[in-house]
Design a protein around this ligand. Structure first.
Ligand code: C2E
Ligand code: CA
Ligand code: CA
Ligand code: CA
Length: 278
């Protein structure tokens, strides 16, 4: 009987070890990648479609593997969020961004810099402190910073989120609601969180002009933003016709492959200079 119990314990232990090991290895690899600085910022310009000038950019994370392969957030963001790595990654991303953009943003005080946060950031005041510490030492002012909160994932504590947002706003940071119309929050988030800017999801921009319903939806988002005193940015603009339709509807800020994809620092600064010179 003792031998049987011992054998059972060994079998269970081996089973646990096998099922646990691959995950912990993946985790170790991920932690090492963070330490090695493999998660880096790319920058996508936001364009004023009335004037063609650049209004700023959105910081989008990339995983640059040691073999040079670039991995998009779709491949790793859910993992990073589930296992809590996203906090260190966001901190590291902001530090790199602060370093790379300080000079250019210091010289161009009207430019905005958008940073994506995830729902978990709105459960802890630490993010306010991170932004203070990281950007306080740079030539990027808090007034230039926009944080984006997505509607795709629910915010677990709306009241706390509202307080964190108010603290950020008291510094001068603005808050954008991302992926509007695709997710959970909708009108409740707009009303309760004190959002400054709404970002119209690519889904609606894709069919604008071709499809009456998306034109109507964008039209009502513009009206809503106007009535609530919020700014509005269209995402995923790929064609000139979309720009024409957006201008008709009163949208003046857009980002998308039509203007530029997300780019590493050097290319982004070249794009910015070229745009400025035009
Ligand atoms: P998002 O915040 O909605 O970012 C816009 C996504 O659309 C980006 O994908 C961008 O590369 C892509 N995009 C921009 N213009 C166009 C276009 O004209 N056509 C098409 N087809 N796509 C366009 P990306 O970089 O793969 O990021 C995907 C998502 O991952 C982001 O969606 C955001 O939710 C998340 N993400 C990216 N970086 C971060 C980050 O640093 N922190 C957090 N929490 N999430 C991030
Ligand atoms: Ca975003
Ligand atoms: Ca400063
Ligand atoms: Ca979006």
């Amino acid at each position: 009987a003792t031998a049987c119990v011992a054998l059972a314990i060994i079998l269970v232990a081996v089973g646990v070890w096998f099922s646990w090991r691959p995950e912990s290895e993946a985790n170790d690899e991920f932690v090492a990648a963070i330490k090695n600085g493999e998660f880096i910022p790319f920058y996508q310009p936001v364009i004023d479609i009335e004037t063609g000038r650049m209004r700023g950019c959105e910081v989008l994370m990339r995983w640059r593997r040691p073999n040079g392969v670039l991995v998009s957030p779709g491949q790793f963001m859910a993992y990073a969020e589930t296992y809590g790595h996203i906090f260190d990654m966001t901190r590291s991303l902001m530090m790199q961004t602060a370093r790379e953009m300080s000079g250019y943003y210091g010289d161009n005080p009207d430019l905005k810099l958008s940073i994506n946060l995830f729902a978990g950031h709105f459960l802890d005041r630490e993010i306010v402190n991170d932004i203070k510490v990281i950007f306080g030492e740079t030539d990027i002012s808090y007034q230039q910073i926009v944080v984006e909160v997505t509607e795709r994932h629910p915010l677990a504590d709306l009241e706390l989120a509202r307080k964190i947002i108010a603290e950020l706003q008291s510094l001068g940071v603005r808050v954008a609601l991302d992926d509007v119309g695709t997710g959970h929050g909708g009108m409740a988030y707009l009303q309760k969180l004190g959002i400054d800017i709404i970002k119209i999801d690519k889904m609606f921009i894709d069919t604008i002009g071709m499809d009456d319903s998306s034109t109507t939806i964008v039209d009502s988002m513009v009206e809503l933003a106007d009535n609530l005193g919020m700014g509005i940015i269209a995402e995923g603009v790929e064609q000139q016709e979309q720009i024409d339709r957006l201008l008709d509807l009163g949208v003046t800020a857009a980002q998308g492959y039509h203007f530029a994809p997300p780019m590493p620092c050097g290319e982004f600064l070249e794009f910015a200079e070229k745009t400025e010179a035009e």
